[in-house]
Design a protein around this ligand. Structure first.
Ligand code: ADP
Ligand code: MG
Ligand code: MG
Length: 248
């Protein structure tokens, strides 16, 4: 069973300090939601954990099963069992969804999956997410709708079977049907109890479908309040105003 431990993490972007000491532990089988106003640093946390070069670690540690992943390359992080779905996935011209996913699985496992086995897993994953078969041959992210990007993100997660998954704004830009399909995907994925999920969101609506075990409120680059799922209901009713004032 895996544990992701973020210890006093401090991150700067272009000499501007954004994260000011984040502490958070996510264990396999747990779903944590990070919620907070725009600009509070939620995506910065995801990018820093992912190893995006623009985000400079100025202090703290991120441990996956005791290993400091901040020392690892992006591929090594994936191989260690970390999955990071980014808020704005890039377009890769000339690379099909199918080829991209096979390379991603290869990078995460350290060896290529057998073609037949991969094709079978891909089809099962696409069926479960109500993705049309023709999608696999399309170019990665080229002309994808918001819903297609998110479905692709969840498909990728299901194929990679990470120990810990970090999903940033998985619910943004989704209509209700797509939100339901994506939420079911996350729920199916976490049902094994072997994966920890960190769901980062500005909105409370995905939390109606994916019930978190823990909710953390982010403001001014740190966690300012923590609680159970009832905290999400409180935020839905009252918004973030109380926190933005306190951290300003
Ligand atoms: P959230 O995801 O909570 O909306 P972000 O992490 O995106 O917050 O942003 C937090 C702060 O960091 C904002 O003030 C934003 O302008 C700044 N920031 C984030 N990423 C970058 C970047 N790549 N370049 C410059 N500033 C950035
Ligand atoms: Mg934002
Ligand atoms: Mg964000």
């Amino acid at each position: 069973m895996s544990t992701l431990e973020i210890r006093d993490l401090q991150v700067a972007v272009e000499d501007k300090q954004i994260l000011r000491g984040v502490n958070l532990t996510v264990k396999a089988g747990e779903t944590h939601a990070i919620m907070g106003p725009n600009g509070s640093g939620k995506s910065t946390l995801a990018y820093a954990v992912a190893g995006h070069p623009k985000y400079t670690i100025t202090g703290g540690q991120v441990l996956l099963d005791g290993v400091d992943i901040l020392e690892l390359s992006v591929d090594e992080r994936a191989r260690a069992g970390l999955f990071l779905a980014m808020q704005y996935p890039v377009e890769v011209p000339g690379v099909s969804v199918s080829n991209f996913l096979r390379s991603a699985v290869t990078a995460a496992r350290g060896e290529a999956p057998k073609l037949r086995e991969f094709a079978k897993d891909l089809k099962a994953g696409m069926d479960a997410l109500s993705i049309d078969a023709s999608f696999a041959q399309r170019n990665l992210n080229e002309g994808f709708s918001g819903g297609e990007k998110k479905r692709h993100e969840i498909l990728q997660m299901e194929l990679l079977k990470p120990k810990i998954a970090v999903l940033d704004e998985t619910d943004s830009g989704l209509d209700v049907d797509a939100l339901r399909v994506v939420s079911e995907g996350v729920n199916r994925f976490r049902a094994s109890g072997e994966t920890g999920v960190l769901l980062i969101t500005h909105y409370t609506r995905i939390l109606r479908y994916v019930k978190p075990d823990f909710v953390h409120v982010f403001a001014g680059g740190r966690i300012v309040e923590e609680g159970g799922p009832e905290l999400a209901d409180k935020l839905e009713a009252e918004g973030y105003e109380a926190y933005t004032k306190a951290s300003a």
